[in-house]
Design a protein around this ligand. Structure first.
Ligand code: SF4
Length: 237
């Protein structure tokens, strides 16, 4: 393992995305995996990983409420890349208990219920997906939200047992992401062609207008700007 001071001494903040990813894979493979939510950033990283290592480890959390376009993309990346891909589902007993008690669409009723659903359908399966890993890779970028402004390219994930969290695209812009996708002919989620800018579960995501914040379509009925599902918990000061 590696500690915070050792990470800082490596000056990884100055390295580009591919260099950061190479460093992570060389250090942690096979105990490193990409958390792939089938968004534009994830397919960029997936494409880069496939150029660095054979059968890169990737996991998808299937909440059971995803869009058909997202499922189609899973098939597409499976065909195009030689991946060690695992799909994690929520525990059916937890889902049954939750929906029988609070309703199938409980998330519209209150923030508390919405967070409960994200906990059951996303955060708990994530914990299982991270078991046995020393590091995980995400598509987080600083400009996505104010809750993400302080992420580092490589950091210690205190919330998930102190393993390493690698955010190779932390300093990338939205335009850079799409330039990479176009130049490298990377398969992408077709919801982007329908006005979506950030993609989550079907009932909790809508397309956004060009002038709206990219994450305005996530849990759009909530007023808070702190719209996170808990997968990337970070205290906002
Ligand atoms: S995004 Fe919506 S449907 Fe998906 S886990 Fe969270 S509350 Fe549930």
């Amino acid at each position: 393992m590696i500690n915070k001071d050792e990470i800082e001494s490596l000056n990884l903040e100055k390295k580009d995305a591919l260099e950061v990813l190479k460093w992570g894979i060389e250090k942690f493979h096979p105990k490193i995996a990409l958390a792939c939510s089938l968004q534009a950033e994830d397919v960029v990283i997936l494409d880069m990983m496939s150029k660095i290592v054979s059968k890169p480890k990737v996991f998808v959390i299937d909440t059971g409420r995803l869009h058909q376009e997202t499922y189609d993309l899973i098939d597409e990346i499976r065909q195009k890349y030689d991946l060690d891909l695992r799909i994690y589902f929520p525990d059916y007993r937890e889902v049954e208990e939750m929906v029988n008690k609070y309703g199938t669409n409980l998330f519209y009723k209150s923030i508390e219920y919405r967070k409960m659903c994200c906990g059951v359908r996303k955060v708990n399966p994530l914990k299982r997906a991270l078991e046995g890993l020393d590091a995980w890779i995400t598509g987080l970028r600083r400009e996505q939200n104010f809750t993400r402004e302080r992420i580092r390219k490589v950091e210690i994930d205190e919330v998930n047992g102190g393993i390493v969290k690698i955010n190779p695209l932390a300093d990338w812009s939205w335009e850079q992401v799409w330039e990479y996708i176009r130049q490298n002919n990377v398969p992408y989620n077709k919801l982007y062609d329908k006005g979506y800018k950030s993609i989550g579960c079907l009932p909790c995501t809508r397309p956004v207008k060009p002038w709206e914040h990219p994450r305005a379509g996530r849990w759009w009925w909530e007023q808070s700007g702190n719209k996170e599902c808990g997968l990337h918990y970070r205290e906002v000061k």
